[in-house]
Design a binder for this molecule. Sequence first.
Ligand code: UN1
Length: 500
Amino acid sequence: MSTLEGRADEALRRIGVHLDDPADGTLVARTPITGEEIGRLRPSTADEVDAALTSAHKAFQSWRSVPAPVRGGVVRQLGILLTQHKDDLAELVTLEAGKIPSEALGEVQEMIDICEFAVGLSRQLYGKTMASERPGHRLMETWHPLGVVGVISAFNFPVAVWSWNTAIALVCGDTVVWKPSEATPLTAIACDALLKRACIDVGADPEIHQLIQGPAAVGEQLVSDSRVALLSATGSVRMGRTVAPVVAARFGRVLLELGGNNGAIVAPSADLDLAVRGIVFSAAGTAGQRCTSLRRVIVHESIADELVRRIADAYGQLEVGDPFDDGVLVGPLINEASFTAMATAIDKARADGGEVVCGGDRVGDGESYYASPAIVRMPEQTSVVRDETFAPILYVLTYSTFDEAIELHNAVPQGLSSAIFTTDQREAESFLGPEGSDCGIANVNIGTSGAEIGGAFGGEKETGGGRESGSDAWQTYMRRATNTVNYSDQLPLAQGVDFG
Ligand code: UN1
């Protein structure tokens, strides 16, 4: 067993998972750190996926009637177990997704945070009461559990996105069937084991959560099954285009978190020290593999040269390499296809007149794919800039008027996250106003990535329109009933209708 495989095995064992070596283990867990195999699983068969859906659907029949604050008890216990195993889970996230330990720990913290949020929420699933127009009548709304929630998650946030959906779904009285990315099967097994343990610890039915693993066909079965009331899918726009019509055809509900092509405007009044730090973390952090990663800087022409020089200087200090090594801030890309996409995008940008200021080179060789983060100055926002390339490429465009900056900013098909660096209050407020950023997340003087769980997370346009995590995102996981109660002995009709 190699060192990294051994590390994965030890982290899993501490969590209570003992992987056997199945003869038909065609689902191979690889670490992007070296490209080597660190585990092997048997993908779920169609019958197993069906059985998981049957179990989740059956568990829902009683879970929906468990009082919400009691449901919160499972999530509270999950939060406790996640805290106890924070290092173990972070180790698996680094091994499977290649994140540096600090970011991997941050991702697990995000899970703990959403558990806390969801436990509080379990006593706050509020419905409104409205003034009825009829005497002796009460008008109100009640929120009820929805059913089975199917969760499809991506490699880049292999545990946090699952927890956002699962913690909220469970307190809302739903049950969950989870299909994680094929690239991160071990972290998925670990999360499932911890949740099952949390259920047993508090005497809840462990069947409220089901894990199914394998290639796209496994996800397709989940998407098309009419027992899945809400399908929450995180991934590419291409995946969303496939999934959404299938769910719509059966009148299911979708929550889509698709691509981002996040931009930051840097105005002449910006605090450049702060802007550079915000930009570097958002653009190069996580090797540019967040949906919230910064991909476009739109900088005022008067400060463009200085800003680019300072970002390039900062990039020069970034150590790229094995995320377990001290001082490394940029880990590997997930696989070869990811590096190829980066190289192809940079070639296209060059052909469009772009100037590569730094980066874009492969670092090291062998079966792993590390790249130095790239800065590319573009004469205009050509098609390659309007596409999301899931790699650390930062395109820099310049503007002369504020309106032009907003126009460039919004002229991409995606609408997830955005930022402005300015100390001019008028600009900041305009950016946040109805004619400003068209994204689901709009920030002032911080980068585009690293959102807290308390706010609703998601975006507009091709990003898919879904909202998960904090605020009132829970409403997507429940169904609303409007109730009119007549406590009088009369039957007045609404709108003054007289019916004899
Ligand atoms: C994602 O990349 O899929 O805002 C989610 C952030 C993180 C979540 C990113 N809290 O960057």
